[in-house]
Design a binder for this molecule. Structure first.
Ligand code: PEP
Ligand code: MN
Length: 336
């Protein structure tokens, strides 16, 4: 249920609705909109009687929410969410953001070299894992805290914002200290305690789609973050398990318009982890932009043949630069 307040409702009237919801044993989350505040009722096991609220001062409407996800849903919030990243960078409808960099932070010189190139090509955010969730325990696991310190240096030297992945509760605390955007990877999309904690830190969260996740499961994962009071979530499609060997995963571009229809959250695309091969990345990225996504996450490496992880799918900086030019023409009106 969504209790929609009148345009002129006072903060005290909103508070009274919140108190009423809590007195019923449910949770309430006020959601300020462009014109009016709405109060979402959460944790109610069944339908709530609208007449409990309709007579309260300042209440305009009480609308049942039919979807299992509430805060994520366009039923609850019609306007597109714009994420306010650090340094005035915005992400969301009409505010396109490119995040680029290596799969993993390997050394200071590696990170700074790649960062300078992706910045020159127009990326606003640097990506690079300090904690790597690897399929094999024998594969490179990342530099950990030392990697975060390198990312901090990248930020200081280039002004690029930082997105990096947290893989568990310990790394989450550190990532939140160093990163501008916390990445939750495909393998952790349903790590519910991690999602809750990520929702408590007050930093934007980039939530990858799990490799077997339906749209509804993905939305419910975002709901975990938002239910902790953090509305700053961006979804990122990165491909799902598929048949055939021609690509690592199947990039599901139908999610771009489908997410747009069902949710107000921004939707990004990561063609790199879908492709698994460098030659597929730019065509998929162009298709994602044409489909209307709000941003791209792209792996770039200056020496991919020496990369500690995902070298085969990392673009050379020149290829990334060409891609950035190509997508300009796909976005009439430029970047924003
Ligand atoms: C990554 O972006 O570095 C990554 C591991 O991606 P995913 O979680 O989509 O596999
Ligand atoms: Mn990778």
């Amino acid at each position: 249920m969504l209790v929609v307040m009148d345009k002129n409702a006072t903060p005290a009237q909103v508070e009274a609705v919140v108190a009423k919801v809590e007195s019923l044993g449910f949770a309430a989350q006020p959601m300020p909109g462009g014109e009016r505040v709405a109060v979402a009722i959460l944790r109610n096991p069944g339908p709530v009687d609208p007449s409990l609220f309709l007579d309260m001062p300042g209440v305009l409407q009480a609308i049942p929410v039919t979807r299992p996800y509430k805060l994520v849903s366009r039923e609850v919030k019609r306007e597109d969410t714009i994420l306010h990243l650090a340094d005035g960078v915005e992400l969301g409808r009409g505010r396109f953001v490119v995040m680029a960099g290596p799969c993993a932070v390997e050394s200071e010189i590696q990170a700074l070299t790649i960062a300078a190139r992706v910045k020159a090509s127009g990326a606003q955010v640097f990506r690079g894992g300090a904690y790597k969730p690897r399929t094999s325990p024998y594969s490179y696991q990342g530099l950990g805290k030392a990697g975060l310190k390198i990312l901090q240096k990248v930020r200081q030297e280039t002004g690029l914002l930082i997105v990096t992945e947290a893989v568990d509760h310990d790394s989450l605390k550190l990532v939140a200290e160093y990163a501008d955007i916390i990445q939750i990877g495909a393998r952790n999309m349903q790590n519910f305690t991690l999602l809750r904690r990520a929702g408590q830190l007050g930093k934007p969260v980039l939530l990858k789609r799990g490799m077997y996740a339906t749209l509804e499961e993905w939305f419910m994962a975002a709901e975990y973050i938002m239910a902790e009071g953090n509305p700053q979530v961006v979804l990122c499609e990165r491909g799902v398990r598929a048949i055939g060997e021609h690509a690592r995963n199947l990039l599901d571009l139908a999610t771009v318009p489908a997410v747009r229809r069902e949710s107000h959250l921004p939707i990004m695309v990561d063609p790199s982890h879908a492709a698994g091969r460098r030659d597929l990345v730019s065509p998929l990225a162009r298709a994602a932009v044409a489909a209307g996504c709000d941003g791209l996450l792209i792996e770039v490496h200056h020496e991919p043949e020496k990369a500690m992880s995902d070298g085969a799918q990392s673009l050379y900086p020149d290829q990334f630069d060409q891609l950035m030019r190509d997508i300009q023409t796909l976005r009439p009106g430029g970047w924003n």
